[in-house]
Design a protein around this ligand. Sequence first.
Ligand SMILES: [Zn+2]
Ligand SMILES: [Zn+2]
Ligand SMILES: [Zn+2]
Length: 142
Amino acid sequence: MQTADELLRAHGLRVTRPRLAVLDVLAGGGHLEVDEIARQVRLRLDSVSTQAIYDVLGALSRAGLARRLEPAGSPARFEARVADNHHHVVCRGCGEVADIDCVVGQAPCLDPTNASGYEVDEAEVTFWGLCPGCQSRRVNDH
Ligand SMILES: [Zn+2]
Ligand SMILES: [Zn+2]
Ligand SMILES: [Zn+2]
Protein backbone atom coordinates (compact mmCIF):
# COMPACT_ATOMS: atom_id res chain seq x y z
CA MET A 1 0.00 0.00 0.00
CA GLN A 2 1.32 3.43 -0.94
CA THR A 3 1.04 6.08 1.72
CA ALA A 4 -0.64 9.34 0.78
CA ASP A 5 2.80 11.01 0.72
CA GLU A 6 4.11 8.47 -1.77
CA LEU A 7 0.95 8.69 -3.83
CA LEU A 8 1.32 12.47 -4.20
CA ARG A 9 5.00 12.23 -5.11
CA ALA A 10 4.38 9.40 -7.57
CA HIS A 11 1.95 11.72 -9.36
CA GLY A 12 4.38 14.61 -9.41
CA LEU A 13 2.65 16.61 -6.68
CA ARG A 14 4.34 18.29 -3.78
CA VAL A 15 3.25 16.95 -0.39
CA THR A 16 1.29 19.60 1.51
CA ARG A 17 -0.92 19.31 4.56
CA PRO A 18 -4.10 20.42 2.74
CA ARG A 19 -3.46 17.87 -0.03
CA LEU A 20 -2.96 15.09 2.52
CA ALA A 21 -6.10 16.13 4.38
CA VAL A 22 -8.25 16.19 1.23
CA LEU A 23 -6.93 12.78 0.16
CA ASP A 24 -7.73 11.46 3.61
CA VAL A 25 -11.29 12.79 3.42
CA LEU A 26 -11.83 11.34 -0.06
CA ALA A 27 -10.43 7.98 1.07
CA GLY A 28 -13.46 7.75 3.35
CA GLY A 29 -15.48 7.02 0.22
CA GLY A 30 -18.55 8.49 -1.37
CA HIS A 31 -19.14 11.41 -3.70
CA LEU A 32 -18.59 14.53 -1.68
CA GLU A 33 -19.52 18.11 -2.42
CA VAL A 34 -16.83 20.74 -1.91
CA ASP A 35 -18.61 22.15 1.16
CA GLU A 36 -18.58 18.73 2.80
CA ILE A 37 -14.93 18.16 1.91
CA ALA A 38 -14.06 21.58 3.35
CA ARG A 39 -15.98 20.81 6.55
CA GLN A 40 -14.11 17.54 7.05
CA VAL A 41 -10.72 19.03 6.15
CA ARG A 42 -11.26 21.73 8.80
CA LEU A 43 -11.72 19.02 11.41
CA ARG A 44 -8.16 17.94 10.58
CA LEU A 45 -6.45 21.28 9.89
CA ASP A 46 -7.02 24.59 11.57
CA SER A 47 -7.78 27.07 8.85
CA VAL A 48 -8.06 26.21 5.19
CA SER A 49 -9.90 28.51 2.83
CA THR A 50 -12.53 27.12 0.51
CA GLN A 51 -10.47 28.46 -2.38
CA ALA A 52 -7.51 26.39 -1.17
CA ILE A 53 -9.74 23.31 -1.14
CA TYR A 54 -10.81 24.03 -4.72
CA ASP A 55 -7.14 24.39 -5.71
CA VAL A 56 -6.24 21.08 -4.08
CA LEU A 57 -9.19 19.29 -5.71
CA GLY A 58 -8.17 20.73 -9.09
CA ALA A 59 -4.58 19.50 -8.67
CA LEU A 60 -5.69 16.06 -7.48
CA SER A 61 -8.14 15.72 -10.37
CA ARG A 62 -5.57 16.74 -12.98
CA ALA A 63 -3.10 14.25 -11.49
CA GLY A 64 -5.69 11.47 -11.65
CA LEU A 65 -5.95 11.06 -7.87
CA ALA A 66 -9.52 12.30 -7.65
CA ARG A 67 -12.46 12.17 -10.01
CA ARG A 68 -14.82 15.06 -10.47
CA LEU A 69 -18.42 14.51 -11.39
CA GLU A 70 -21.03 17.13 -11.97
CA PRO A 71 -24.53 15.75 -12.50
CA ALA A 72 -26.82 18.21 -14.29
CA GLY A 73 -28.42 20.55 -11.77
CA SER A 74 -26.10 19.59 -8.88
CA PRO A 75 -22.89 21.07 -7.55
CA ALA A 76 -19.64 19.29 -8.40
CA ARG A 77 -18.71 16.26 -6.34
CA PHE A 78 -15.40 14.51 -5.92
CA GLU A 79 -14.42 10.93 -5.19
CA ALA A 80 -11.26 8.89 -4.73
CA ARG A 81 -12.43 5.98 -6.86
CA VAL A 82 -10.54 6.64 -10.10
CA ALA A 83 -9.37 4.93 -13.25
CA ASP A 84 -11.93 2.10 -13.31
CA ASN A 85 -14.38 3.81 -15.68
CA HIS A 86 -17.33 3.24 -13.35
CA HIS A 87 -20.56 5.13 -13.89
CA HIS A 88 -23.03 6.89 -11.65
CA VAL A 89 -26.70 6.71 -10.92
CA VAL A 90 -28.20 9.95 -9.64
CA CYS A 91 -31.48 10.20 -7.74
CA ARG A 92 -33.91 12.70 -9.26
CA GLY A 93 -35.53 13.13 -5.86
CA CYS A 94 -32.67 13.92 -3.48
CA GLY A 95 -29.57 14.11 -5.67
CA GLU A 96 -27.86 11.16 -4.00
CA VAL A 97 -25.17 9.54 -6.17
CA ALA A 98 -24.21 5.86 -6.23
CA ASP A 99 -21.58 3.95 -8.20
CA ILE A 100 -22.42 1.51 -10.96
CA ASP A 101 -19.67 -0.77 -12.18
CA CYS A 102 -18.96 -0.54 -15.87
CA VAL A 103 -19.77 -3.85 -17.51
CA VAL A 104 -17.06 -3.26 -20.10
CA GLY A 105 -14.49 -1.85 -17.71
CA GLN A 106 -12.49 0.26 -20.12
CA ALA A 107 -13.35 3.56 -21.70
CA PRO A 108 -15.12 4.11 -23.96
CA CYS A 109 -17.69 1.51 -22.96
CA LEU A 110 -19.97 2.58 -25.81
CA ASP A 111 -18.79 2.73 -29.38
CA PRO A 112 -20.58 5.26 -31.54
CA THR A 113 -21.57 4.00 -34.95
CA ASN A 114 -20.44 7.30 -36.43
CA ALA A 115 -17.87 9.34 -34.52
CA SER A 116 -17.49 12.01 -37.24
CA GLY A 117 -13.81 11.20 -37.54
CA TYR A 118 -13.15 11.72 -33.81
CA GLU A 119 -10.95 9.35 -31.89
CA VAL A 120 -13.32 8.68 -28.98
CA ASP A 121 -11.73 7.84 -25.61
CA GLU A 122 -14.62 8.19 -23.20
CA ALA A 123 -18.39 7.91 -22.97
CA GLU A 124 -19.85 9.78 -20.03
CA VAL A 125 -22.71 7.63 -18.81
CA THR A 126 -25.03 8.86 -16.06
CA PHE A 127 -28.09 6.88 -15.05
CA TRP A 128 -31.02 8.75 -13.50
CA GLY A 129 -33.74 7.36 -11.28
CA LEU A 130 -35.13 7.27 -7.73
CA CYS A 131 -33.08 5.98 -4.82
CA PRO A 132 -34.63 3.44 -2.38
CA GLY A 133 -35.35 6.19 0.18
CA CYS A 134 -37.19 8.36 -2.33
CA GLN A 135 -39.11 5.35 -3.66
CA SER A 136 -40.49 4.53 -0.22
CA ARG A 137 -41.27 8.20 0.45
CA ARG A 138 -43.22 8.27 -2.80
CA VAL A 139 -45.25 5.23 -1.71
CA ASN A 140 -45.91 6.70 1.73
CA ASP A 141 -47.13 9.97 0.23
CA HIS A 142 -50.05 8.21 -1.41
ZN1 LIG B 1 -33.34 9.97 -3.43
ZN1 LIG C 1 -18.23 7.11 -8.22
ZN1 LIG D 1 -19.55 1.44 -19.12
